[in-house]
Write a protein that binds this ligand. Structure first.
Ligand SMILES: Cc1cc2nc3c(=O)[nH]c(=O)nc-3n(C[C@H](O)[C@H](O)[C@H](O)COP(=O)(O)OP(=O)(O)OC[C@H]3O[C@@H](n4cnc5c(N)ncnc54)[C@H](O)[C@@H]3O)c2cc1C
Length: 391
């Protein structure tokens, strides 16, 4: 089949990789100037700025049982997908961290290796005075997770010290086995290069104005490209065809030699959702604010103070870490903050991955591809997808 994809962010690259692996002729269009748009470029996929936390259990606070189901399926999909991807150079934490040069030049650890993906669980942490926030999340998890999943294992002081010796301060801790993390910058690069190797044709500086069944309407002079099947995965760029909005998120990249974190930490705080995600090369990403605004200006003083002091309160050794990079981007969210997959003959739209794109994308892509196989013979969409339209 000849397939057109509007958007080369997380979903676009995943789709391109999977569809080209199946032998289809794949064309991807994106307004970005190239495969690694620099920080500050607009639009720049939300995917570049993500911490890469894969948290099917704790994130259920912001969704429903489907989130856990898709999330757990995605964890399996990432586990199978990462070994199929080309190796990449580790991302540096130098002065241009987060940009093309910093991402792909002079890495600290030497040669190329597999995309950093780990599934060693995550920790929930709460200070004594914030036990109320923790209890609420634990009860939400208990109520919304399918019966067999009771994931939170309380940790006493000794167990916590064994698992994460750098954590000092929080009086309460739980292990969530099965949660994990992925390095978004490395994964986006590997998906791109894997797609290239499988013959994907990338059309950069090529925005798509409108997506209709079998048709991508390019901005340039209203040109229309016809395909057997098209995917609309433009994130925020899908407006006005999709009622998506941007939700501002801010993150910090720290260089923290000697602070040996092994797994993501989530600090349950009454005012901030704060997580710390370790990265290779002594890196730690601290994120992320969630602000109802499409302002893409740099990180505010309030956010910096809130995020970093919360991180420091759980891992005091971060006091001497260096802030090498901060970043602001917009998460694509639908009015109910849940993802939507819409399938009709010749057209698939996926949007609204909000704060869970890395957690959900592989499962949603898998479901979309299953639907398309159904469509080719029965012209119907899966009963397993959310019953709503995004167009
Ligand atoms: C600060 C921050 C932290 C996050 N942390 C996490 C996390 O820890 N875990 C997690 O699971 N998720 C996280 N996310 C969410 C995740 O990054 C998003 O849900 C995900 O990137 C959405 O994927 P997408 O492909 O739908 O959109 P995007 O990744 O935004 O990609 C959309 C693509 O469409 C392109 N486009 C735009 N307009 C057009 C047009 N007219 N024509 C063609 N193409 C167009 C854009 O250039 C872009 O390449 C975070 C997001 C942010 C901002």
């Amino acid at each position: 089949m000849r397939i057109g994809i509007a958007g080369a962010g997380l979903l676009g690259r995943l789709l391109a990789f999977e569809l080209s692996a199946l032998g289809h002729e794949v064309h991807v269009h994106d307004p970005a100037p190239g495969p690694r748009p620099p920080c500050g470029a607009s639009p720049r996929a939300a995917a570049w700025s993500a911490a890469g936390m894969l948290s099917p259990f704790a994130e259920i606070e912001t969704g429903d049982e489907r989130l856990a189901r898709w999330g757990l399926r995605s964890m399996e999909r990432w586990q199978a997908l990462v070994p199929r991807l080309p190796h990449v150079l580790p991302v540096g934490l130098g002065p241009h961290a987060g940009e093309q040069g910093g991402c792909h030049g002079a890495p600290p650890g030497g040669g190329a290796r597999a995309v950093d993906f780990r599934r060693e669980g995550s920790l929930l942490l709460a200070h004594r005075e914030d036990l109320g926030s923790a209890r609420r999340l634990l009860s939400v998890m208990a109520a919304r997770l399918p019966g067999t999943h009771r994931p939170a294992q309380p940790l006493d002081r000794e167990a916590l010290a064994r698992l994460e010796p750098a954590v000092h301060g929080p009086a309460h801790a739980w292990l969530l086995p099965g949660e994990g993390q992925i390095h978004p910058v490395e994964a986006l690069e590997a998906l791109y290069r894997g797609g290239c190797a499988q013959g994907v044709r990338w059309h950069w500086a090529s925005p798509v104005r409108r997506v209709d069944p079998g048709a991508l309407w390019l901005d340039a002079a209203g040109e229309c490209r016809r395909h057997d099947l098209v995917f609309d995965v433009r994130g925020l760029g899908a407006r006005p065809q999709c009622p998506v909005r941007g939700v501002r998120g801010e993150v910090f990249w720290l260089h923290a030699p000697g602070v040996a974190l092994r797994r993501p930490l989530r600090l349950l705080h009454p005012r901030w959702r704060v997580y710390l995600v370790p990265r290779p090369g002594d890196g730690v990403v601290v994120g992320a604010t969630e602000i109802e605004s499409e302002d893409l200006s740099p990180v505010s003083v309030r956010s910096a103070l809130g995020l970093l002091s919360a991180a420091y309160s759980a891992v005091p050794a971060l006091a001497e870490a260096r802030i090498v990079h901060s970043e602001t981007n917009l998460r694509p969210a639908l009015p109910d903050n849940l993802p939507a997959l819409h399938v009709e003959s010749g057209l698939v739209r996926i949007n609204g991955l909000f704060r869970h794109g890395w957690l959900l994308a592989p499962a949603l892509v898998e479901e979309a591809l299953q639907c398309c196989e159904l469509l080719s013979c029965a012209e119907q969409s899966s009963s397993d997808v959310p019953d709503k339209e995004v167009a």
